[in-house]
Design a protein around this ligand. Structure first.
Ligand code: ZN
Length: 431
């Protein structure tokens, strides 16, 4: 395979940058302000584009994606979404989940996200159908060289005691049916602390990573993240990676508590995923005055040195009516709703996600993984603001998606006749 030269582009801070990507190694072979093409090389013109470390989606729900309108959420909040989805999901068959999950994954790839982790429902009314379908999408994406996808088995309650025997057994079955990561939602279990213990014990027993939905509530009395941190710390090396999604209630604690819990999370090695789209959509619907944003304590976690990354979560389903499957949308929301700088926001959407998934960083230097998004803009901040669809996506050193956008301005002629096409997009003062 020939190398790929991303030529004429800009660095995240707006300086000239060329990258040579090598599909044979999957790495960036060279990085410099200007590189001469070598014989036989594929040259991709990146003029007008900024080159960014490729984004990561650490928390998708591909089995639910693109189902908007099928299971209306009457209250618009999390309990309404869960109730609507649980009632609807027995109707889902393999082909339906497969086609929506595939389409949602390809939306992510088209936008530059070539590393994806998806939670997938496991439980009553759905069994292992979701796992099998999304695992098939994972295998297709890998075989085609388009992206890497990890599947999290999101087990439904109840998990504890004799009532939970069936779900505990089903979770273990999911791990042999194609799931890569142990998942669950302790905060909606009858006994959240015990459910956390059960989930950590299963992950430790199987030697698998764990990724839980944690404290997806604004109720400050609920702070299951502490118990999760204690359990993961106790499990030690038996668990090769722990992630906590949402952690909404940490965001409404007093600063001292936020700092203490952030230190516990850091010491446990848990990565926290903040999910602005779904949290802004589902949280706070009963709080019409001084409405909270529903994000976790992003800055307290960053200040403590914990790993914090960001994802887009639900896309056009009962949990979020909108969503573009675009990390630039997530980054933009982090700038506005979490008050991060554009550079901080993109770090959460790219290299922090890679850290959470135990992948090496992409700093656009020789020897780094060649996971790159080239997108129209003059700098990272400009690219986030524009969120242009005009993009080139590189995965493992090869171009895997290209989207071209052309705008044609056509001022109507004074006599009302049809104007000539393809006018220059330059505003000319009327004389
Ligand atoms: Zn989720």
């Amino acid at each position: 395979m020939t190398t790929v030269l991303l030529s004429g582009g800009l660095s995240p801070v707006g300086e000239r940058l060329d990258l040579r990507c090598d599909p044979a190694t999957g790495l960036i072979a060279a990085a410099a302000p200007a590189l001469e093409p070598i014989a036989g090389e594929t040259v991709v013109d990146c003029t007008g584009k900024v080159l960014l470390p490729g984004p990561v989606e650490p928390h998708a729900h591909l089995d639910k994606a693109l189902s908007a309108g099928r299971a209306p959420n009457p209250t618009g909040d999390l309990p309404g979404a869960i109730t609507a989805w649980r009632a609807y999901r027995p109707q889902l068959d393999h082909a339906d989940i497969l086609s929506r999950a595939r389409e949602a994954a390809l939306e992510l790839v088209a936008h530059g996200t070539t590393t994806i982790r998806s939670h997938v429902d496991v439980g009553d009314g759905i069994g292992l159908r979701g796992i099998q379908a999304v695992a098939q999408v994972r295998d297709e994406l890998r075989a085609q060289g388009l992206a890497e996808l990890q599947v999290v088995a999101l087990i439904s309650p109840p998990l504890c005691g004799t009532d939970g025997e069936a779900m505990r057994a089903l979770l273990r079955e999911a791990m042999t049916a194609g799931a890569d990561v142990v998942g669950g939602c302790p905060h909606i279990e009858p006994d959240p602390a015990e459910a956390t213990r059960e989930l950590v014990a299963i992950a430790a027993d199987l030697g698998l990573p764990i990724d839980l939905h944690v404290d997806e509530t604004l109720d400050p009395r609920i702070l299951g993240l502490r118990a999760y941190a204690a359990e993961v710390s106790a499990a030690g090396a038996a668990i090769p990676g722990a992630v906590a999604g949402h952690c909404v209630s940490l965001g409404v604690q007093e600063p001292e508590i936020q700092a203490q819990v952030a230190a516990e999370v850091r010491d446990a090695g848990i990565a926290v995923v903040t999910l602005p789209q779904t949290n802004l959509y589902l949280q706070s619907r009963d709080r019409p005055v001084s409405t909270p944003r529903g994000l976790t304590a992003v800055k307290a976690l960053m200040d403590a040195g914990a790993c914090v990354c960001a994802g887009a979560d639900n896309v056009r389903d009962p949990f979020n009516a909108v969503g573009r499957s675009d990390a630039l949308e997530t980054a933009s929301l982090l700038v506005m709703a979490a008050h991060l700088s554009p550079a901080e926001a993109w770090h959460l959407c790219s290299n922090a996600g890679r850290q959470a998934l135990k992948l090496p960083a992409v700093n656009l230097a020789a020897g780094d993984p060649a996971e790159v998004l080239a997108v129209r803009g003059s700098s990272l901040a400009d690219a986030i603001a524009r969120s242009s669809e005009d993009r080139v996506v590189v995965h493992r050193g090869a171009v895997v998606a290209t989207t071209t956008v052309t705008t044609t301005f056509q001022p109507p002629a004074a006599d009302g006749s049809s104007p000539p096409a393809n006018l220059s997009p330059t505003l000319v003062p009327a004389s």
